[in-house]
Design a binder for this molecule. Structure first.
Ligand code: IPE
Ligand code: MG
Length: 231
């Protein structure tokens, strides 16, 4: 979800205002995903690198996270949404950590949509954590290093119970992954939009999904093997 700050500045407003409008866009995107039958949506809200922003912006984002969580969780639950926060939450204020735990507990049995918010998340952090967990098992003698498989790593990576992400959307004009779900994106389709996140409305999301629908995903095979002709 990129471009909140630039969108606000473009209108001579403070970056904070853009972040607030960004939260509203989260709500409309979640609704659109449910209508389209999307099974899982993962939103990159705050990266492990975002702590480097000015202190006032970091605090504002933490407060916004907390107030949005409190305000939205009942509605999410009512709509059958399972909420999970992925990332290293140990660096968040205590109150936020407990609000996160409560929201996850409340919504854990919901199945309409899995909504994952990546906060203090980084793809390299994710892979490093998986590595650490496997090392613990090796050290305890439960796993033989020679027997480690991709599936075993996969099982330690966050969201391993969900299907692999199929479509990655980045708004705001940048064309990079910025340490998002690195492991999970091996075969993901990429879509870049020049719209700033607060501008990325339902029809923009539908355009992204229809672009995805027109692609042939070969997973290393040839078009002929897939029987779809040459695309
Ligand atoms: C995305 O908007 C939200 C967060 C990363 C918290 P930005 O804050 O990155 O907005 P720009 O890129 O400065 O416009
Ligand atoms: Mg940005």
């Amino acid at each position: 979800m990129d471009g909140n700050g630039r969108w606000a500045r473009q209108q001579n407003r403070l970056r904070f205002w853009g972040h607030k409008r960004g939260v509203e866009r989260v709500r409309s995107s979640v609704e659109a995903c449910i209508d389209m039958g999307v099974e899982a949506l993962t939103l990159f809200a705050f990266s492990t690198e975002n702590w480097k922003r000015p202190q006032e912006e970091v605090s504002f984002l933490m407060d916004l996270f907390m107030s949005s969580l409190k305000r939205e969780v009942k509605r999410l639950h009512k709509n059958g949404i399972r909420l999970r926060i992925i990332g290293d939450r140990s660096r968040f204020p205590e109150k936020l950590q407990s609000a996160i735990a409560e929201s996850e507990e409340l919504t854990k049995n919901n199945r309409t949509l899995s909504l994952n918010i990546a906060a203090n998340y980084g793809g390299r952090w994710d892979i490093t954590e998986a590595t650490r967990q496997l090392c613990v098992e090796v050290a305890a003698g439960r796993v033989d290093p020679e027997q480690i498989t991709q599936e075993m790593v996969q099982q330690k990576i966050t969201l391993s119970d969900l299907p692999e992400p199929e479509l990655f959307i980045r708004t705001g004009g940048e064309k990079r992954v910025s340490n998002f779900l690195l492991w999970q994106m091996a075969y993901c389709e990429f879509y870049f939009s020049d719209l700033f996140w607060p501008e990325f409305d339902r029809s923009a999301l539908e355009d992204a999904v229809s672009s995805f629908g027109g692609r042939q995903r070969r997973f290393g095979r040839t078009s002929e093997q897939l029987g779809g002709g040459i695309k």
